[in-house]
Design a protein around this ligand. Sequence first.
Ligand SMILES: *Cc1c(COP(=O)(O)O)cnc(C)c1O
Length: 430
Amino acid sequence: MKYYSLNNPNLKVSFKEAAITGIAPDKGLYFPESLPQLNRSFFENIEKYTKEEIAYQAIHPFIGDEIPESVLRNIISETLNFDFPIVEVQESIFALELYHGPTMAFKDVGARFMSRCLRYFTQGRKDKITILVATSGDTGGAVANGFYGVEGVEVVILYPSGKVSTIQEKQLTTLGKNISAIEVKGTFDDCQDMVKRAFLDPELQTKNLTSANSINIARWLPQMFYYFLIYQKLKSKNKPILVSVPSGNFGNICAGMLAMQMGLPINHFIASTNVNDTIPRFMSTQKYEPHPTIETISNAMDVSNPSNFIRILELFQQKTNLLEEKLSSYSFSDEETVQLIQKLYAETQYLADPHGAVGYLGLAAYREQYPDTLGVFLETAHPVKFPESIEKYLGIHIPIPQSLQPILDKPKHSYEIESYKNLKDFLLYK
Ligand SMILES: *Cc1c(COP(=O)(O)O)cnc(C)c1O
C-alpha cells in the first residue's frame, strides 16, 4: 500500500516511510491510496475469530509485505494484550471500555502498535529516531509506556510543569531508559510551540525527529480495531449499530469510519465534542471556522482545529452531502456533562468519565429519532484519572487501581527547562 500526501496526490510513499516521518515533506497528512475491501465471509464468520485475527485481517492490507506476517502478528498480539469489555449500561446502550491498557488511556493501542512498527523498521539502522511529543496529559503517558525499552528510538516528552495530574506526571517521569521527560516552565501551548520549532530547525535535521500523535498512520490505523470488536460482540442482536465517539483531534472516529468504508456494518457515526465545537458547526453550516480553544473538564478533547477531519472528508471524496448520511455531530457543555455523569451513576451505578459522558450525550441525542437500534459510546479514559470532577460531583471516592500503584511509589526524574534553547541543547548534547 502506498500513502499520498493530502496536499499533493502525486507525492506517494511506503507504509514504512510514512510511519517513520509522520508527515509528508509538504506538511500534508498521509492517506492510503486505496481502501481495501474485506470480503463478506469475513463479516459472516467474525464471531469465530480472535481479536488478534480480526486485527490482522483488518490491517495487513495497509502494510502489505513491508512487515512479514509473523512479525505483524506478533506486533498485534503485543498491542492487544488487555481486555476491551463492552458493557450494557442501559437497554440497548453499550459502553465500549477502551481504558484497560497499561496507562488506562485508549491511546495505548495506537502507541503500542506504532512503537513496535518503528522497532521493526529501525532494526539495523545506525542512527536513532527521536520521537518528540508535547502532552497535556494522556498522550505522553501512552507514548512513554508504548515506546519504553524500544531499541533505536529515543522518546522526549514535554509537559507543562504543575499542569498535569500526579498520576499522569508519574507515568511520564518514572520510566527512565529511552524515555526523557522535559518539564517546561509554561503552558501546554508553550510545549507545543517548542516541539513545532524543533521540527523546523535545520540544526536538528540530523536527529531524525518524528511525532507520535494521531497524524502518524501507524498510530492512527490500529484504532480501527475497536470498531470491528463492536460488530463482533453485537452482530447476533441483528439491529442497526450506531457508534458515538468522544472526539478531539478526530483520529479515533476517522479510523472507525475507515473501517466502515472497508465494509464493516456500522450504520451511523456520531462525533461528540465538548464546547470546542468546530465540527458540529461545520456539519450544520458547511463552514470550517475554528474558534479559540476553551478549557473543559473533558480536556483531552480541548481541540478547536482537529487535524484528522480532513482525512474524514477524504474518505467521502470531500463531498459533505455523502458524509452527512454517515456522520452526525453534537457538542455539550461541562454542565450537561456533569449532570449526565450524576444521572447515569444514580440510575445505573455506571461511572462514566467526562469524555465518555460526552460520547453518551451525543449517542442519546441522535438515537432519539432511531430508537430501534443498538447504541455504543466509547469510554476513552478511566474515571480515576479525573478525580477532581468525579469525586466532587458524585461525592464518592474512586480507589486507585492496583496496576497504577507501583509507579506512584517511584521517584520522579525530569529535566526542567524554560526556553527553546534549553530544549535544543538537550536534543543536541544530552
Ligand atoms: C485523545 C483522547 C480523546 C480524543 O481522541 P481523538 O482521536 O483525538 O479524537 C478522547 N478521550 C480521551 C480520554 C483522549 O485521551
